[in-house]
Design a binder for this molecule. Structure first.
Ligand SMILES: [Zn+2]
Length: 120
C-alpha cells in the first residue's frame, strides 16, 4: 500500500519544518553585522540593525558596570540611566521583554570585543 502513498503530506511537512527551522534560527538571534558575528538573543537581524541605528542617532552610550556583561546605558538628552545586559534591560521596552536599543548596543559591544554574550 505504501506505493500509493500520497507524497503531498511529506512535502507539506518539509515546508513546515523549514519554516520552523528558520524561525528557530531567528529566535536564536545569531547573525552577521558589519563583519561581526553578533549573538543577540531575541533579535532578528533587521530589528537589530534598526535599533543600533536608533541608539547611535540618539547618542546612547554604555558604561561597563561592576558585573561582566552588564552596562549602564544613558544618552545626553535624558536623565534616565538603565541597567542593560544582552538579555535584560530596565527600560520600558526591556521590562516588557521586547528587544531595545540598549540591549542591541550591549550585544554589539560584546561582539566587537569578542566577549560571549551568554553563558554556557
Ligand atoms: Zn533598554
Amino acid at each position: 500500500m505504501s506505493a500509493f502513498k500520497n507524497p503531498q503530506p511529506n512535502a507539506l511537512e518539509a515546508v513546515l519544518l523549514d519554516a520552523l527551522d528558520s524561525r528557530r534560527a531567528a529566535s536564536k538571534g545569531t547573525f552577521g553585522f558589519h563583519g561581526y558575528l553578533v549573538d543577540a538573543p531575541g533579535f532578528d537581524a533587521e530589528t537589530f540593525a534598526r535599533l543600533i541605528k536608533r541608539a547611535l542617532d540618539e547618542g546612547v552610550c554604555l558604561t561597563p558596570s561592576a558585573r561582566p556583561g552588564e552596562f549602564r546605558a544613558m544618552r545626553p538628552s535624558s536623565p534616565m540611566t538603565y541597567h542593560t545586559t544582552p538579555t535584560r534591560c530596565t527600560c520600558w521596552a526591556g521590562q516588557l521583554g521586547r528587544p531595545c536599543k540598549h540591549r542591541a548596543l550591549a550585544c554589539l559591544l560584546l561582539a566587537v570585543t569578542g566577549t560571549p554574550s551568554r553563558g554556557p
